[in-house]
Structure formats: structure tokens, C-alpha cells
Design a protein around this ligand. Structure first.
Ligand code: COI
Length: 362
């Protein structure tokens, strides 16, 4: 192993405390976590240790200036019990893209791969068997310099925690635009999974919830007209049998689910347009009955139908979800590949394999 991992196993497993039939997103955390340190230009001190609180300086620039990035991934239990990951290399590449944008070190392939595989293998009993459930995997990195001036930082922690999770959204979502807030703008960090992108949406989200909506449908920061994403998800619309999704212009997240759906759709010969989408075009198509489907996509959420879009005084009701085949079929196909119940012609499914835990601890 290029990055030797020291394993300290928990003495008390909390697995029996979890009601796997009542899983929510983010409520439970598995027994172990992975932790590595960046010091003097190198990744060192790689450990798998019992899940628990972390010691770090209250002067850390992560706490003061938000130098934190993260990823979202899932491990699935295949039909024969094998733990499966979905396109884990895509997450590494995006993690490193986020790291570069935030002035942080990148994570080499061997470290990413070994950390994920050994941790998930050790906690493989935490991967739910229930339909639609999975082990959510959250790699993240933050600056730990004990210094509250602003200067490029030199010390970081790279951590992975995992959480058995059910559906992020258990029903179709209602979204509304908000023109007085902006999520991302050209030259900013919209494409990165920077923690602050999500922190800054808490107030708008609260206002959306107060108005009876589930999420904000973000518009561009300049004209407040072009759709970007739904904060926790990328977004797709189907108009006149053509699938539309906002182009990757640096303000939206380069979603792994987004990319996978575009591939599935194109391989079926379906027309997909990645371009600027004017909110007024959607409202118009909705009025004329041409908006056939709308859905959000993301790792945590998978594929979720949108039931209503509001923009200013205009409300567009999508056709009833049961009558819409697009989102449902795409979700079924993608889930089939992820859970190993359908063929995977793309090689997206990656079995979790352990060298260390399997050899030493089992
Ligand atoms: C994911 O889909 O993994 C996300 O990052 C969304 C998360 C903020 C809940």
C-alpha cells in the first residue's frame, strides 16, 4: 500500500441500534471513519478509527473561512451481497477539482481508492438491504491551520464517514425560483462541492419551506433568468420529447448522476440538449402542455420527480407523477445498474475490495 492505513477497530458496534426499516437520510453513522492528515506537502497518518468527534484547533481556517469541500457517494449491496460503488473515480476527479478551486491539496488515486475500499469493507454490514436504501459515503477535507489570518493554508484533514440512508426525498418535490438570492455566478465556486455553497442556501431554503416548497430552483446570478440547479440536485426537463438540462458553465455542479443519465438517454437515441434554459421557456411550455416531465438528479436524491414549479406569479403543475414515464424509467435503469440487478455495459459498477481488512481483521 502506498499510503499505509492503520486500523483501530471499535470495541462496541452500534449496528444493532439502527432500525433499517426506518432509515432517514443522515441520522445514523457507521462504526468507523477514515482520517488522513496533510502535513509538509504529503498525505500522512492514514487511520481507520471508531466514528467519533474530532480534535482540532478552534482557530482552524475551515471554521473561520469555510475552507471545506466534500463529496457524496453511495455503496450498494449487490444481489450476492457484494458491496458495490458507482463510478467512484468520477467523485475523486470532482473532489480534486473542488480542492484545486479552494486552494487545497488533491487526493491521489491510491489514497482515495484504498481509503474507500478498506472503510466500506470494514463496515460492510452497515450497507442496507432494504429497497432504495444504501450506505451514503461522505468524503470531505478541511483546513486545520491554527491561524486566523488569511493566507494559503498548509494543514488539512481528509476524512470519510458513512451513513446508512433511505431516500433523500420520499415524494415528488415542489420548487420555486427566488430572484433576490443567487447561488452561484461566473468565476465563483458553483461547480465545486464547497461547503459554503450549501451553507448559503439555508436561509433561502427556510423561506422556500415556509412558502410550502421543498427547494429553490436557482436562476443565474446576472440576468436571473437561466435555470442552474436545485441546490442538492441537477435538474432536467422534457419538452416535446427532447430532454433539456443546463449546460456546465462553471456555475453548476458536474453531477455524476447527471452525466450518467445523459449517457443513458443518448444511447437510446433520445435528443438531449445541454444549454441555457430560460425559466420563461419552461413556464410557456408548461402553459401549452408541452412540459412532459421535470426531475432533479443527485447522488443522495437519485432521480426525483418535480411536481410543481413556481416563478413569480406563475405556477406550473406537472402532469401526475404516475403518468410520467421519463423520470421513473430513468431511475429504474440507473438503480438497476447501481444495485447490480441490470447489466452494466458502461463498467460503472465497481465492487468494493479490501486487501488490508480482509487479510488482517476478518
Ligand atoms: C449528494 O447528492 O450527495 C449531495 O451532495 C447532496 C447533499 C448536499 C445532501
Amino acid at each position: 500500500m502506498k499510503f499505509p492505513i492503520h486500523i483501530e477497530r471499535t470495541e462496541v458496534s452500534h449496528l444493532h441500534e439502527v432500525d433499517f426499516n426506518q432509515l432517514q437520510f443522515g441520522k445514523w453513522y457507521s462504526d468507523h471513519m477514515f482520517v488522513a492528515e496533510w502535513r509538509h506537502g504529503r498525505w500522512v497518518d492514514c487511520h481507520i478509527i471508531p466514528f467519533g468527534n474530532l480534535p482540532f484547533s478552534p482557530a482552524s481556517s475551515a471554521l473561520h473561512y469555510g475552507q471545506i469541500i466534500f463529496e457524496g457517494m453511495k455503496a450498494f449491496r449487490g444481489p450476492d451481497g457484494t458491496p458495490l460503488l458507482f463510478r467512484p473515480e468520477m467523485n475523486r476527479l470532482r473532489f480534486n477539482l473542488s480542492a484545486e478551486r479552494m486552494g487545497m491539496p488533491t487526493v491521489p488515486e491510491a489514497l482515495w481508492h484504498d481509503a474507500l475500499n478498506e472503510l466500506i469493507w470494514l463496515d460492510r454490514r452497515w450497507i442496507p438491504q432494504q429497497e432504495g436504501a444504501s450506505l451514503y459515503v461522505r468524503p470531505f477535507m478541511f483546513a486545520t491551520d491554527r491561524f486566523i489570518g488569511i493566507r494559503p493554508t498548509e494543514f488539512f484533514k481528509f476524512i470519510i464517514i458513512t451513513s446508512p440512508a433511505g431516500l433523500y426525498y420520499s415524494r415528488p418535490v415542489k420548487v420555486l425560483t427566488m430572484e433576490h438570492y443567487v447561488r452561484a455566478f461566473p468565476g465563483g465556486v458553483g461547480y465545486a462541492k464547497a461547503a459554503g455553497n450549501y451553507g448559503a442556501t439555508m436561509l433561502p431554503l427556510r423561506e422556500a419551506l415556509q412558502q410550502g416548497y421543498d427547494q429553490v430552483l436557482w436562476l443565474d446570478g446576472i440576468e436571473r433568468r437561466y435555470v442552474q440547479e436545485i441546490g442538492t440536485m441537477n435538474v432536467f426537463f422534457v419538452i416535446d420529447e427532447t430532454v433539456l438540462t443546463p449546460e456546465l458553465d462553471g456555475t453548476i455542479l458536474e453531477g455524476v448522476t447527471r452525466d450518467s443519465l445523459i449517457t443513458l438517454l443518448k444511447d437510446k437515441g433520445i435528443r438531449v440538449e445541454e444549454r441555457k434554459i430560460d425559466i420563461n421557456e419552461l413556464i410557456q411550455a408548461g402553459r401549452e402542455g408541452r412540459l412532459q416531465d421535470a426531475f432533479g438528479t443527485g447522488t443522495a436524491a437519485s432521480v426525483v420527480a418535480i411536481s410543481e414549479i413556481r416563478h413569480r406569479q406563475n405556477t406550473v403543475q406537472l402532469p401526475p407523477v404516475e403518468e410520467r414515464s421519463w423520470w421513473k424509467q430513468l431511475k429504474a435503469e440507473l438503480d438497476g445498474i447501481k444495485y447490480g440487478t441490470r447489466p452494466d455495459p458502461y463498467g460503472w459498477r465497481v465492487p468494493v475490495q479490501s486487501k488490508l481488512v480482509a487479510a488482517v481483521l476478518n
